[in-house]
Design a binder for this molecule. Structure first.
Ligand SMILES: [Zn+2]
Length: 140
């Protein structure tokens, strides 16, 4: 059964086949985030034109604004403090903690929802399902 665009984006899967991984490894690990140039399953090139991921900065900015506004409101409600240092520290920490997440999901949102050149093709998932069914049938 074909997976939804949102499900594929959350699990950092390829926007075309929803099977191959866009990134190697986890969001939060000690290793540098490694993005595949092409999909390991269907072979689609993620950077559709040179410098394409500069556009992900706008998405990352929107994510950062949403996170910092949410944390600012949470600090205001929870502490009722008017000290600017509390807000500066809280926001700096928020930006630091969410930066690996924003790096990855800004690119994924760009690829899945804002790139008309790469569209979902359910045949890759259906072919994989058929392949798995054949393997199960041959085992019995
Ligand atoms: Zn793919």
């Amino acid at each position: 059964m074909p997976t939804s665009k949102f499900h594929a984006m959350i699990h950092s899967k390829c926007p075309k086949c929803h099977v191959g991984n866009v990134f190697e490894g986890k969001v939060y690990s000690l290793h540098k985030q490694q993005m595949n140039e092409v999909c390991p399953h269907c072979g689609v090139k993620y950077e559709v034109e040179p410098g394409y991921f500069y556009a992900a900065m706008y998405v990352s900015y929107a994510l950062s604004v949403a996170q910092t506004v949410t944390v600012s409101i949470a600090i205001a409600i929870l502490t009722r403090s008017e000290s600017p240092w509390l807000y500066i520290a809280g926001l700096a920490l928020t930006i630091l903690i969410f930066s690996p997440f924003n790096f990855r999901y800004a690119r994924l949102i760009l690829l899945h929802f804002l790139t008309p050149k790469i569209s979902y093709d359910p045949r890759y998932e259906l072919a994989l399902e058929a392949e798995n069914k054949n393997q199960e049938a041959s085992k019995q």
